[in-house]
Write a protein of this length. Structure first.
Length: 253
């Protein structure tokens, strides 16, 4: 594993739910039954909102058969997708995250989920999909690698299929806070110092990268995904956009 993948494996072993949603109630030592239920309820709300937006803004008859969740973590979104689709494939770089996702799917009685470990590409994943999805994941992937993976995802999307991909494009907060974030992400020793100040030595490094929306749109057009709807996102000051799109070309205006 490369260093960034090793950091996510640390999250998977130490704080898998916090690694997905960075709220203190999801820390392993605090995760009780109520917090766990809330965690998975948030995934159900997200998927329900996505399906409603797609049916309202792109294709009213949206009813995907085979879905791919990129960066599936512990299965927060795989589980509600599996209740709506005949087959779901979840991919992640962390074996520990995937092991937890597998346990969660088994507890939910879901036999239509395949969980696959990936690294630099989607090589182990086979076939095509009529729905591809990723939420608050690409921000943790270095931009050049992320843009390459976006191209792979779009190639796996069937004609007429639908995608829902989220990207962080800007950082909120003061300039000082933005500078401190960048310093922490660029120098692991600064991350460890910040952890010590918070009383949490050994916390993994969670990078946050920003994407150029123009580059993403170019990739969508290149792969014939021109029917699109955008929705703003804000996660703790990380500003971005959720792009819902259908793989079909439109006449130029």
């Amino acid at each position: 594993m490369r260093w960034l993948e090793l950091e996510w494996e640390k999250f998977g072993r130490r704080d898998p739910y916090f690694g997905v949603l960075t709220e203190e109630k999801y820390r392993s030592e605090r995760l009780d039954a109520a917090a766990r239920a809330e965690f998975f309820a948030s995934g159900e709300r997200h998927v329900a909102t996505c399906f409603e937006a797609i049916r309202r803004c792109l294709t009213p008859a949206f009813a995907p058969r085979r879905a791919l969740d990129f960066g599936c973590g512990v299965g927060r979104l795989v589980i509600p997708l599996a209740r709506r689709c005949a087959e779901v494939v979840g991919v992640d770089v962390s074996p520990a995250m995937l092991a937890e996702a597998r346990r969660n799917c088994e507890q939910g009685g879901l036999a239509n989920v395949t969980l696959t470990e990936i690294h630099d590409d989607l090589g182990p994943v086979t076939g095509t999909f009529d729905f591809i999805h990723s939420f608050i994941v690409f921000q943790h992937v270095p931009v050049r690698k992320g843009e390459r993976l976006v191209g792979e995802l779009l190639r796996r999307l069937e004609p007429g299929g639908v995608g829902a991909l989220q990207f962080t494009t800007a950082q909120g907060g003061s300039k000082l806070r933005q500078w401190l974030r960048r310093l922490r992400w660029s120098a692991p020793v600064m991350n460890e110092l910040a952890n010590l100040l918070k009383g949490r030595p050994g916390d993994p490094l969670m990078i946050m990268d920003r994407y150029d929306l123009g580059q993403i749109w170019s990739a969508l057009r290149e792969h014939g995904c021109e029917h699109a709807y955008l929705r703003a996102t804000d996660h703790g000051g990380q500003l971005g956009v959720m792009i819902f799109f259908e793989k079909r070309k439109l006449e130029s205006l």
